[in-house]
Design a protein around this ligand. Structure first.
Ligand SMILES: Nc1ncnc2c1ncn2[C@@H]1O[C@H](COP(=O)(O)OP(=O)(O)OP(=O)(O)O)[C@@H](O)[C@H]1O
Length: 612
């Protein structure tokens, strides 16, 4: 899996390094995918068509420019029926029209691209967020967000800018060459024989330089990662007094950036001199040959003027088309990645009204459940787990770290599907419930509580969006959270997270408990925090949990054995199997039992801490 991911990420570069045959093949299927994405513009086609008409008009007006400048020279030469003022008047009128047309074209194209790309972003985001966890786990978060950000931006550039430029350049080429060949076919042939060679050479040179600058950018990105990571974990860096080491690491990365950037700069300098030499050289050639034609009476001065102006237009258009090739390749890459994501199968359909199950009792049964994580196919994590929990009963899963406790509950929420056996809720295989209905029966209080940047109220209401303030308050009260919330000047409206108040571990847990209370689920999953709280918070959290567990089927993933004495049954998990089960008193008495050992271990640790 990882291999295909890297293959895809390398997609940008492979066009330039693989054989020409591969480029063609890739582009064809890619082109189809690009068209698929461009269907998003269809709802806005009227704006697009009107914008396109303005594009034609503005291109037409700019192409009339050299012709009119030529006409002014004709007046000077005394070969024109018009006056200088008349022609200048027309020139100014054309400039005004050109300005208005360009404005409308840019505005209309932007409207289409903004709307269409917002639609693409919305669909890609909806798709990503509804994909199964198994899929998301195999990709980096950064990779997924760059689909929504940079890939869509690439398409947006094409829609609002590249299409217009492409048309303008093609029109300039066709109209420009037609007009100059009408003026002087000899000079046109001379120009076409020399000029394009220069332009094409410049184009290739340009591409090579772009590749070099991309390398410099990648190196810079790598250096940024060092800065970002170390600043995020600045406490670790300081605690280990590794500031010097990190500065050194950053400096080495920066050295690489500079080396690459300078290499690119050397070529860029060479490129600019080359461009000046080649393009202007081409124009000098045209002027030289044209001047000879004027001298021999084959061409008028006005026509030579018009000719040279059109030649610069044509040169610009040719150069621009080279750039366009790179743009189109990038767009194809971006579209392919987007179409690929859009083609994945969501686990929930946001367009279908959610069905909730009217009456849930909360009986749970695991029948010989076997499971292997898709990302680690060689390790069987659960090897035939079977147990029953009657509605309202409380059970605890205990065992060493990595035994498979969290995996057992993740399967209940159907974050993954088991490879063997089944899990039943109220006697029905969970695979046959609509996914959102199944998950809406449950609430989880996780080990590491993640709060969203927003108010405390919003964070609690996440359990039941739309809950009123008094309901949120009541849930906070039951979760023993109201006291600390009210101690903040802004109460429930206090902002938490990066730009607000940082809550302590125990406070965050109580917010999560309030969230679960608000959701009012039949089935509750408590993934106990591994880090222990101080005695007072511990008591507050435990009391809140006791309140929450009332009348709900509860599965506790227990790390601290002291808290689970009250549960009905304890299941001891070792290497994906249940090795012991029973009440605390029964299990504690088993000679050399795993549970008895765990208790001994915790007891020893606790007394060590006490004595220390
Ligand atoms: N998303 C995943 N992908 C691949 N392997 C995983 C994944 N999550 C867990 N594992 C592996 O599955 C095994 C069981 O993990 P699990 O998290 O269920 O253990 P646990 O008993 O809950 O541990 P802890 O008490 O430390 O939370 C471990 O070996 C772990 O490395």
């Amino acid at each position: 899996m990882a291999k295909s991911r890297f293959g895809r990420r390398g997609g940008d570069d492979e066009n330039s390094t693989e054989s020409p045959f591969a480029v063609k093949k890739l582009s064809w299927s890619g082109l189809k995918k690009t068209l698929q994405i461009f269907r998003y513009t269809l709802p806005y086609k009227t704006y697009f068509i009107v914008g396109f008409i303005f594009l034609i008009l503005s291109t037409g007006t700019s192409l009339a420019f050299p012709k009119l400048v030529g006409s002014i020279i004709e007046v000077i030469e005394g070969k024109s029926p018009y006056t200088i003022n008349q022609i200048t008047g027309v020139l100014i009128a054309i400039l005004v029209f050109q300005a208005v047309f360009s404005f409308l074209r840019i505005y209309l194209f932007s409207r289409v691209s903004e709307w269409a790309m917002a639609d693409v972003r919305r669909d890609v985001y909806s798709k990503i967020i509804t994909l199964p966890i198994g899929f998301l786990e195999q990709r980096r978060v950064g990779e997924l967000t760059s689909r929504i950000t940079s890939d869509v931006t690439q398409l947006q550039d094409v829609l609002s800018f590249t299409i217009a430029e492409f048309f303008r350049q093609i029109a300039t080429l066709v109209v420009g060459i037609t007009l100059i060949s009408l003026t002087s076919w000899k000079l046109t042939l001379f120009m076409l024989a020399t000029f394009p060679i220069m332009v094409v050479a410049a184009m290739f040179f340009g591409r090579y330089i772009r590749r070099l600058s991309k390398k410099a950018q990648d190196e810079l990105a790598a250096a940024n990662v060092i800065a970002e990571e170390t600043l995020q974990s600045v406490q670790v860096v300081k605690a280990f007094t590794n500031e010097r080491l990190e500065v050194q690491r950053y400096r080495t990365a920066l050295d690489r950036v500079v080396a690459n950037a300078l290499k690119a700069a050397t070529f860029r300098g060479g490129f600019v001199s080359f461009i000046i030499f080649a393009l202007f050289g081409g124009i000098v050639g045209v002027i030289w040959y044209g001047a000879n034609l004027v001298q021999s009476g084959d061409l008028t001065i006005a026509d030579l003027f018009t000719f040279v102006l059109y030649t610069t237009f044509i040169g610009g258009a040719m150069g621009g088309l080279g750039d366009m090739y790179a743009q189109i390749n990038k767009t194809i890459g971006a579209s392919e990645r987007l179409v690929e994501i859009l083609g994945e199968t969501s686990e929930v359909d946001l367009n279908v009204e959610e069905k909730t199950i009217a009456t849930v009792e909360g009986n749970i049964a695991y029948e010989n459940v076997q499971f292997t994580y898709p990302s680690r196919p060689d390790v069987e994590v659960l090897k035939g787990i079977s147990f029953d929990v009657a509605a309202g009963e409380k059970i605890a899963l205990v065992g060493y770290s990595g035994a498979g406790k969290s995996t057992i509950v993740q399967l209940l929420m159907r974050f993954y599907n088991p490879q063997g056996g089944k899990i039943l809720v109220d006697g029905v295989d969970i695979a046959s419930y609509p996914l959102s209905a199944l998950r809406s029966m449950m609430a989880i209080v996780p080990q590491e509580v993640m709060l969203f940047g927003g108010t405390i109220q919003e964070n609690i209401a996440y359990g039941r969006p739309g809950a009123s303030e008094s309901e949120v308050r009541e849930a906070a009260r039951k979760a023993n959270a109201l006291q600390f919330i009210d101690s903040f000047p802004e109460g429930l409206q206090t902002i938490v997270g990066e730009r607000g108040v940082k809550l302590s571990g125990g406070q965050r847990q109580r917010v999560a408990i309030a969230r679960a209370i608000l959701k009012d689920p039949k089935i509750l999953i408590l993934d106990e925090a591994t880090s222990s709280l101080d005695a007072e918070s511990e008591q507050l959290v435990q009391a809140a949990l006791d309140e929450l567990m009332k009348n709900r089927t509860t599965i506790v993933i227990a790390h601290r054995l002291a808290t689970i004495r009250k549960v009905d049954t304890i299941y001891v998990i070792r290497e994906g199997q249940i090795v012991e089960s029973g009440s605390h008193n029964q299990l504690a008495l088993i000679d050399n039992g795993l549970y008895a050992n765990l208790i001994k271990l915790q007891f020893e640790t606790a007394s060590l801490v006490d004595n220390g």
